[in-house]
Every structure is written in C-alpha cells, then in structure tokens.
Write a protein that binds this ligand. Sequence first.
Ligand code: PBG
Length: 302
Amino acid sequence: MLAETTLRPEQLVLPLFVNESLSEPRGIPSMPGVHQHTLTSLRPAVEEANAAGIGGVMLFGVPARRDAVGTAACDPDGVLSRAIAVAAEVSDGLVMSDVCLDEFTDHGHCGVLRDDGSVDNDATLERYAEMACVHAEAGADVLGLSGMMDGQVGAVRDALEPGHEDVAVLAYAAKYASGWYGPFRDAVDSQLEGDRRTYQQDPANRREARREAALDIDEGADILMVKPALGYLDVLSDIAAMTDLPVWSYQVSGEYAAIEAAAANGWLDRETLMLETLVGIRRAGAAAILSYWALPAARLLS
Ligand code: PBG
C-alpha cells in the first residue's frame, strides 16, 4: 500500500536476437539463458513473451553477410525485416526493431566510414532513413534508434512521414560508450575493433545527456532511452524530470551477465536482484525497461 513504485510485466521489453546463419537456436555463453534465434524459433519466443504479458520485444538481426555499408540492413528480405514480419504476425505486444548498422557492417561501427576510417555522420543518416522505412514496411510498431548519430531522429521522422507516420520513434537519447555492452558484442557476433567514443557519450557527462535529449525531443522523438541503466540512474532521473515524453532505460547485457555470473557462484540471489534492479530503474524514472530478464521477472511478478 505504501510502495511508491510499481513493477508490472507490461513495463518490460524483451530483446531478441535472430541469426540468419543458424539452423538451430544457439545459446550465448556470456549471457546464460539468452539465445540467438532462427526465424523459426523466433515465433515460439514471441509467443512466450505474449504468455508472460510483457509490453513487447526488441529485435536485433545478425546477417549472414556483412559489408562496409551494411547493405543487408536495408534489404526487405534481410534477416531483421523478416524477423519483424514474423513477430508482427504473432505478437500481442509492441514489435520494436533496432535501427542501427553495427550488426550489418564488416567493421562493426554503427555507421558508414570515410576513407580515413572515421564515422560519417550524415551519410549514415541516409542509411538509417532507408532502414527505418524498410522496418516500418515490415510491420515494426516502434523503431529503436540506437546509433547515436546527430540528427538521426529528424532524418527518420522525415523519411517516415509519407505513409508511416503512426510508427513511433524510440530515441536512444543518452547512450554511453560503456564497458557494460561486452556480452552484447558476442550476442551479435560484433566485428568491432576499437570503440564508439566518437559518437556515444562520455560516462563523465551528465548535463550533456540533457542536451542530447532536448535535440531528440525537438526532432520528434516519441520515447527517449537512457542506456545503460544502473550506472546512469542520475541521467535517467534528470531526463524523466525534463520531459513529459515516456523515458525508458535499457538494462544491458553486462548488467545481466554480472548478476547471472555472481548468482551462478552462489554469491548473490538472482531473483532478489532481478526485481530490485528493475524496480530501482523504475524508481529513477523509467516508464519501461528493456531487460534480458523480462520473461522470468514477469513470471515472478504475476
Ligand atoms: C548498437 C547496440 C549496442 C547495444 C544495443 N544496440 C551495442 C553497442 O553500442 O556497442 C547493447 C545492448 C546490450 O549490451 O545489451 N546498435
């Protein structure tokens, strides 16, 4: 009765990985309980999400072929477009897709590169706009713009306007260049060497996140994201206070892996920490949370 914060299944979103090269689902060693799916195993995974009553799924694609510009990302028959179509057919919740090139480029960066190897922000925007339209056409309800290019929200909004104005834009407003993404790079077989510090945010900066959020709001974002979650609750709280838009957070792969590993050693209690971390992220201001624990947490809650 006196609890100030609620945590309900519909406030959770499950990230799902679909790998074009697999014939059977494959476990991700650094993320116990998480799999790369095939297009066939995706269907029952989404049905499980339905049964757990969670808010939706966020889809990531791992293509069979990569190149410098991430051609497969904009292929209507590509793995992610097909995964969106499958999920849209079965899902009771929202179908969300990652609009970013890093899984599709052979260098692993979130954008296309100039000759000197630096990321070309504006050339990347054109790719994102095209990818967003392909996803919308495939049936995505929400587009997750996770690449941290300047102007990405506006570019995608403009591209969607003729015909897909009902599709929502989830803007990763404040995404930090973080060590907590380590296991995700296994999950998508990332080709990245080096880091993303020229386009993701400096962990030292709090005020800059407010500037990033203000830009995304101006450009037409429908939902804002702060990522990772636990190390950035101050940022989440600031952004939730500055806007009436929904603000979400992503409890990322490393946050999941660290607690899973400690729990496997008997050093921490998994279920207690699962609910405590999620309610803490809600308390800091997240309307919804992307978490690899979405299913077990939803089951505990109901
Ligand atoms: C990039 C992307 C990343 C994650 C989601 N989208 C990785 C990165 O920026 O390096 C990380 C999610 C996680 O760690 O769970 N498109």
